[in-house]
Write a protein that binds this ligand. Structure first.
Ligand code: 13P
Length: 238
């Protein structure tokens, strides 16, 4: 099965840097048998859509509100993103949950409204270190997934919070076990996220229940992002 590699730029790359990166990405000759997505911050979305037009690389936002419009200061809507040519959006990233008070309920509202509007969605779930240490991983995943329904345009990203930006990656076995659990609860493709790098991508992506990766830091440099895409293409053939 074709693997999906999504680069979450977080709050990096304004228009100028995004333009340079997208030009490099166009020229990088990424393998054809991997689906590639980038998730720039809002101000760089329009530029990324234009710069990557005519390629197979999809542009996703990092968040999206459930209403089409309204008095929601600081938010953007699915129709606004679609007008720019944006293909999908992340929802419920742990940084949104941790720093901006996103609850499971808000995440579920965003996910279902975005899907209904026709956006593709990567919904993020994952336990904190304290939750894993307390043996609550499965309970947390069940709670986070409870309000979501399978959909052809929905992908889940399993991002254990203790592995994000820490350099501490889940072992392939830990990721596989969590992915299997998620798939029992919701029959959708599941990406792994959390310190994915060229050095560990191949063994993570070789796991049967790992359908791709959501990459943070290593998606900001072309060399590392392209190396992860190549590892995904190889893993899909095994
Ligand atoms: P890192 O790859 O930098 O750990 O970030 C993972 C992540 O949060 C992707 O959404």
């Amino acid at each position: 099965m074709t693997k999906l590699i999504a680069g979450n730029w977080k709050m990096f790359k304004g228009q100028r840097e995004a333009a340079v990166f997208c030009r490099e990405l166009r020229d990088a000759e990424l393998p054809a048998d991997v689906d590639v997505v980038v998730c720039p911050p809002f101000p760089s979305l329009a530029l990324a859509v234009q710069a990557l037009a005519g390629t197979e690389i999809g542009v996703f936002a990092q968040n999206c509100h459930w209403a089409a419009e309204g008095a929601f200061t600081g938010e953007v809507s699915a129709p606004m993103l679609q007008e720019l040519g944006v293909y999908g959006t992340l929802v419920g990233h742990s940084e949104r949950r941790q720093w901006f008070g996103e609850t499971d309920d808000l995440v579920a509202r965003r996910v279902s409204a975005c899907l209904e509007a026709g956006l593709h969605v990567i919904a993020c779930v994952g336990e904190t270190e304290a939750e894993r240490d307390a043996g609550e991983t499965h309970t947390v995943l069940r709670r986070q997934l409870a309000a979501l329904e399978a959909d052809d345009n929905l992908v889940v990203a399993y991002e254990p919070v203790w592995a994000i930006g820490t350099g501490r990656t889940a072992t392939p076995e830990t990721a596989e076990e969590a992915h299997e659990r998620i798939k029992e609860l919701l029959d959708v493709p599941v990406l792994y996220g959390g310190s994915v790098k060229p050095e560990n991508a191949a063994e993570l992506l070789a796991q049967p229940a790992v359908d791709g990766a959501l990459v943070g830091g290593a998606s900001l440099e072309l060399a590392s992002f392209a190396a992860i895409c190549r590892a995904a293409a190889v893993a899909a053939t095994v």
